[in-house]
Design a binder for this molecule. Structure first.
Ligand code: AZ7
Length: 318
């Protein structure tokens, strides 16, 4: 018959009775989630193992960013552990500057992360649009990032891939740190050291994404630590004020060479107090880098009020 392919008949063909009307509301947490609950829109981002789509939940009309991962690809690339870590880490986090995971589900072919939608794009987009930030804007945004990363570190999580593309902006232009696919729970007692070392090696060997913010220790066989996130914060602060990252080679290998040789310089006009702070952060030995608390006390933040950043209006960027 002609209606063979229509959803209703497909559902009937599947033999599942159509769910009761009340079961279709998404306020019922017990109800099994399916992609059919959403109307998907444009692609918001593409990762090596995922695609993030705009999605509107049919019942509630709520908007989300849904991260979809292909199961076969995840298994083939041996990323199952990372995906499950990302889910477990995100489920534990709750902070205004960290993207919220509402829930996850899976179907035959894919895994789905239903994430908070950050409507104003990412920090890289703004740096490209503006060229570079004034001191006030750079200080505000790096302070929000530092506040979010302090929360992560207090929750014993290191992000390991902080970069402007992973700093999203919500409609009030406050930051939302995202992409915990390379995050590492520090108190991950389950894995023994050997596995941890293998894990580090495999992480580096399967290193993906941009190399510009990668810390020297991550490139030199050493395990990532909280200091690796602090290195990335130094790179982001430089990038906000200079309009380009401190270490940028013609290709990934040359970028790595510049990082391990600490080959970078400040452009003319780079503000002095920021110059001093960046030079204290971008040091090869992770143990010699300042802690986030020490960074907060640096003269670059003199007179800066760290309280309730989330409640304050974001500075208009030029
Ligand atoms: O914790 C859960 O809810 C269960 C699953 C765990 C899980 N099932 C998987 C199946 C495959 Cl093929 C791959 C991965 Cl990474 C898988 N992870 C799950 C479902 C969805 C998402 Cl996004 C993450 C983990």
């Amino acid at each position: 018959s002609g209606n063979e392919g229509s959803p209703a008949s497909r559902r009937d063909n599947a033999g599942s009775s159509s769910p009761l009307p009340h079961a279709r509301s998404t306020s019922n947490p017990a109800r099994k989630r399916t992609p059919e609950d959403f109307v998907f829109g444009r692609v918001l981002g593409e990762g090596s193992y995922s695609t993030v789509l705009y999605a509107k939940e049919s019942g509630t009309r709520r908007e989300f960013a849904v991260k979809v991962l292909d199961k076969r690809h995840i298994i083939k690339e041996k990323k199952v552990k990372y995906v499950n870590i990302e889910k477990d880490v995100l489920n534990r986090l709750s902070h205004p500057f960290i993207i919220k995971l509402f829930y996850t589900f899976q179907d035959m072919h894919s895994l789905y992360f239903v994430l908070e939608l950050a409507k104003d794009g990412d920090l890289l987009g703004y740096i490209r649009k503006l060229g570079s930030f004034e001191v006030e804007g750079a200080r505000f945004y790096i302070a929000e990032i530092i506040t979010g990363v302090m929360y992560l570190h207090n929750m014993d999580v290191i992000h390991r891939d902080l970069k402007p593309e992973n700093i999203l902006l919500d409609e009030k232009m406050h930051v939302k740190i995202t992409d915990f696919g390379t995050a590492k729970p520090l108190n991950d007692t389950k894995t023994d050291d050997a596995e941890q070392a293998r894990d580090e090696t495999s992480a580096r060997n399967s290193f993906v994404g941009t190399a510009e913010y990668c810390s020297p220790e991550l490139l030199n066989d050493r395990a990532a630590s909280k200091a690796s996130d602090i290195w990335a914060i130094g790179c982001i602060l430089y990038h906000l004020l200079a309009g380009k990252p401190p270490f940028k080679g013609a290709n990934e290998y040359q970028t790595f060479q510049k990082i391990i040789k600490l080959e970078y310089s400040f452009p003319d006009g780079f503000p002095d107090s920021a110059r001093d702070l960046v030079s204290r952060i971008l040091v090869l030995d992770p143990c010699k880098r300042p802690t986030l608390e020490e960074i907060q006390k640096h003269p670059f933040f003199d007179g800066f009020d760290w309280e309730n950043l989330h409640e304050k209006p974001a500075p208009n960027l030029r």
